[in-house]
Design a protein around this ligand. Structure first.
Ligand code: G
Ligand code: G
Ligand code: MN
Ligand code: NA
Length: 254
């Protein structure tokens, strides 16, 4: 297939980009973190989301080189912003199961942050709930290696997988990101309201910060504020933006 052979060359042809989406502190409305999101600038098809090509990357053994590029590029971008005198907020990158399972993930991240003189407090990773739960012992080993170098982590798409309370207590993630499928129909849908408040209660009782994903309306935000959700992201605040647009957004919304 054409997209497969094109993906093989996308790295060397510098067709990947990171977009950045602000993460907002609900109480203050301020941007307190960023999530990096991979995009492929396809020569004919335009801007592609990982949902369009990560399965091909996985089949072709490209997850590691692409994942390593994401880590390096995120650190390079942070160093660039710092060198331009910008105040840095912590940046989260998404990590796939294949990357997470490799022994050297912590090493790869450590090397990248050292090279660019980024503090481990400024860098974090996101893993989906379903991939974390595939092999709890292996997950714990990686989480502990990351924690050993000061890297925190968030459980992405929370509520769609099957975490037990016991495994959450063992991982001690720093953040739970409430999947946007639950956020979409709050405050109207009773089931989604119950699910969202249940996750917020769980996060509170485990002392984990909750992040609501996919916040698109003032009504959703108001509900989350009332229920004590600490952090939120979504189109209501900003879509994922290329680096220059993100700086402009930060200047306008500081
Ligand atoms: O940004 P968008 O909604 O198109 O992302 C689609 C999916 O791709 C999301 O689940 C997101 O977590 C994932 N994703 C985005 N960037 C990366 C990345 O750099 N690495 C991995 N493994 N997944 C990513
Ligand atoms: O699974 P993950 O949370 O990493 O997915 C992030 C993706 O969600 C990004 O690719 C982004 O494009 C998308 N996204 C971000 N904010 C919103 C939103 O408010 N609504 C919808 N529908 N998608 C969003
Ligand atoms: Mn994510
Ligand atoms: Na998510």
């Amino acid at each position: 297939l054409k997209i497969e052979s094109q993906l093989l060359h996308a790295l060397e042809r510098k067709q990947f980009m990171l977009y950045y989406q602000p993460i907002i502190e609900v109480a203050s409305g301020r941007c307190v973190a960023l999530e990096a999101l991979l995009r492929w600038k396809h020569p004919e098809l335009g801007l592609l989301s990982p949902t369009n090509f990560m399965h091909v990357a996985e089949e072709r053994g490209l997850i590691m080189p692409i994942g390593n590029w994401v880590i390096a590029e995120a650190c390079r971008q942070m160093a660039d912003w710092r060198d331009k005198g910008r105040t840095l907020v912590p940046l989260a990158v998404n990590v796939s199961l294949v990357q997470f399972r490799m022994q050297q993930l912590a090493h790869t991240i450590h090397e990248a942050i050292l090279r660019h003189q980024i503090s481990p407090r400024q860098f974090s990773i996101e893993m989906t709930e379903s991939s974390l739960m595939q092999d709890v012992e292996a997950t714990i080993a990686t989480v502990e290696a990351l924690r050993g170098i000061g890297i925190s982590f968030a459980v992405d798409d929370f509520g769609t997988g099957y975490s037990s309370l016991a495994s959450l207590k063992r991982f001690k993630p720093n953040k739970l990101k409430i999947d946007r499928s639950f956020v979409r129909d709050i405050p109207r849908d009773v089931d989604d309201v119950q699910m969202t408040t249940a996750i917020l209660d769980l996060a509170r009782s485990l002392n984990i910060e909750a992040v609501a994903e996919g916040v698109e309306t003032p009504e959703q935000l108001e509900f989350l504020r009332r229920e004590g959700c600490a952090l939120a992201q979504g189109y209501h605040f900003s879509p994922p933006l290329p680096p220059d647009d993100l700086l402009a957004w930060l200047d306008k919304n500081a």
